[in-house]
Design a protein around this ligand. Structure first.
Ligand code: GLN
Length: 497
């Protein structure tokens, strides 16, 4: 078994040790499974573990020892032996993929999502499937049919959502890297609440093939890690065109240069904008505002210039996001009809409507609410009044954001306006819950990349800071994170041991 300090290695360090044979992948994966066994009953980060993880680990050990005829190709695999946690709405061949819904409780995909396939191709081992809000709808994982994920830093608080299981698994060293999905903040929110990195890439940079749809025009598969280098490693492997499977995928990875080692540790010459409407908003908790101002001084010390700008259209951001997201959700979730996908029952001679209602009653309450609201905004007579208006607001927001990004390298914001709430604190009031997405949804509406960086702790509660950049400017986001990480040393704890 490997020691607990080794369990906390970054993916980058782990791969180096695996390649020289100083760590056996089998031991590593076995230790991680044991750790999950002892910790996850409390945290509830995983829904399903991969029964074949140890077998896959053994194969990698064989390759490294030269017992397989792979001709040394392992040497080029940049994620060799790295335990990967995958959000449970991303398809994994042969491993149950539930979307944290009763509707897909027994669903086992026949294929891997493109991003999973790429990471596995680089040597990563899927260790398990992580908890989330049902179909990605929520910000706390409290809407999971499998119970909420607890925050590893403060057990009675939420881990964030909807990719809360992935973030908690990383924070508790129950995985080395993780995948989430981000429709309106679901990677960045839990990253911020669990003190790890969470990247929502440019729309289309990572294939969505195999990601079970919630709101297609907004969502991306996102990357989560405990170090900036790990994030860069993942991005290099995961990005790339997949036109035959996902028509919205773009072929841009060749133009993205991610050589972090040669990056400067300063931010000289950079210009960042903060947004007045958000920083001054009453909904922002005091400790979050303080942390944001502290981060602002940090980037200034590193050589950046920060100025405040106003983006008036942001007041429509939440309404526009939730109208579009619910409309798309109502259409996407229509496929769960008891005939083609997921949960079904014996028709028993009942009328079709009755059968259909019985099947559809398996959705949780939040999903039902969104299907109903989404159907309403798309119905004739209301379509123009709500859906079209939301699309117009979206265009306005995107234009205003891009205009700001013409003058500045990045927009700097808190990731979440609040500290991680107590479990049960927010769930009863949906509107209050939707409000906390104000700092994240704007990147999805504009399709631009955004990164949540673990920044500080307030009474043991993690606080993140967020940067948004121009389309395909992920390298800039990583550079900012790298400069902050280097400047702060290991002041931010990134792994609960
Ligand atoms: N909290 C937001 C929502 O409920 C974002 C969710 C997500 O990004 N999947 O829609």
């Amino acid at each position: 078994m490997v020691s607990s300090s080794k369990i906390a290695l970054s993916a980058y360090e782990l791969v180096e040790e695996v390649k020289v044979g100083s760590i056996s992948v089998e031991d590593y994966i076995a230790s991680m499974i044991e750790r999950i066994g002892s910790m996850d009953e409390r945290i509830n980060a995983y829904i399903t573990l991969n029964d074949h993880a140890l077998e896959e680990a053994r194969m990698i050990d064989k390759m490294v020892k030269g017992y397989s005829n792979d001709n040394g190709s392992y040497a080029t695999k940049s994620l060799l032996g790295v335990p990967l946690a995958v959000k449970d709405n991303i398809s994994t061949q042969g491993i149950r993929t539930t979307c944290a819904s009763r509707m897909l409780e027994d669903y086992v995909p026949l294929y891997d999502a493109t991003v999973v396939k790429r990471l596995k191709g680089a040597g990563a081992i899927v260790i398990g499937k992580t908890n989330m809000d049902e179909f990605g709808m929520g910000s706390t994982t409290e809407f999971s049919a499998f119970g909420a994920t607890h925050n590893p830093w403060v057990y009675e608080r939420v881990a964030g959502g909807s990719s809360g299981g992935s973030a908690a698994a990383l924070a508790a060293c129950m995985a080395s890297i993780a995948l989430g999905s981000d429709t309106g903040g679901s990677v960045r929110c839990p990253a911020s609440f669990c003190s790890i990195y969470g990247l929502k890439p440019t729309y289309g940079l990572l294939s969505r093939y195999g990601l079970i749809s919630y709101a297609n025009s907004l969502e991306c598969i996102g990357l989560m890690a405990r170090s900036v280098l790990d994030l860069a490693l993942m991005l290099k492997v995961a990005a790339g065109s997949d036109m035959q499977n996902d028509h919205t995928s773009i072929d841009a990875n060749s133009s993205i240069s991610l050589d972090l080692e040669s990056m400067n540790h300063d931010l000289k010459g950079m210009r960042f904008a903060t947004i007045r409407e958000i920083v001054e908003s009453e909904g922002t908790d005091e400790p979050v505002r303080d942390s944001m101002f502290d981060a602002l001084s940090s980037v200034e010390r590193l050589g950046a210039v920060v100025e405040e700008v106003s983006i008036p259209s942001l007041r429509y951001a939440l309404a526009s996001y939730y109208t579009i997201a619910m409309a798309e959700a109502s259409s996407n979730l229509a496929r769960y009809d008891g005939v083609r996908y997921g949960y079904t029952a014996q028709p028993d001679g009942v009328a079709w409507n009755e059968f259909y209602s019985k099947i559809r009653s398996n959705f949780g309450s939040e999903v039902k609410r969104r299907i109903m609201l989404g159907t309403y905004v798309l119905s004739s007579g209301y379509y123009g009044r709500y859906y079209m208006k939301a699309q117009k607001a979206r265009a306005l927001i995107r234009d205003e954001m891009l205009k700001v990004l013409n003058h500045y390298n990045a927009i700097m914001l808190p990731t979440m306006p609040i500290l991680p709430p107590r479990i049960g604190e927010r769930i009863s009031d949906p509107l209050r819950l939707y409000m906390v997405d104000i700092c994240t949804v704007i990147a999805n509406l504009a399709g631009i990349p955004a990164l949540s960086i673990p920044y500080s702790m307030y009474n043991g509660l993690p606080i993140g800071v967020q940067f948004m950049a121009r389309h395909l400017d992920e390298p800039l986001l990583l550079r900012i994170a790298y400069a902050l990480e280097s400047a702060r040393g290991d002041k931010v704890r990134r792994c609960m041991i």
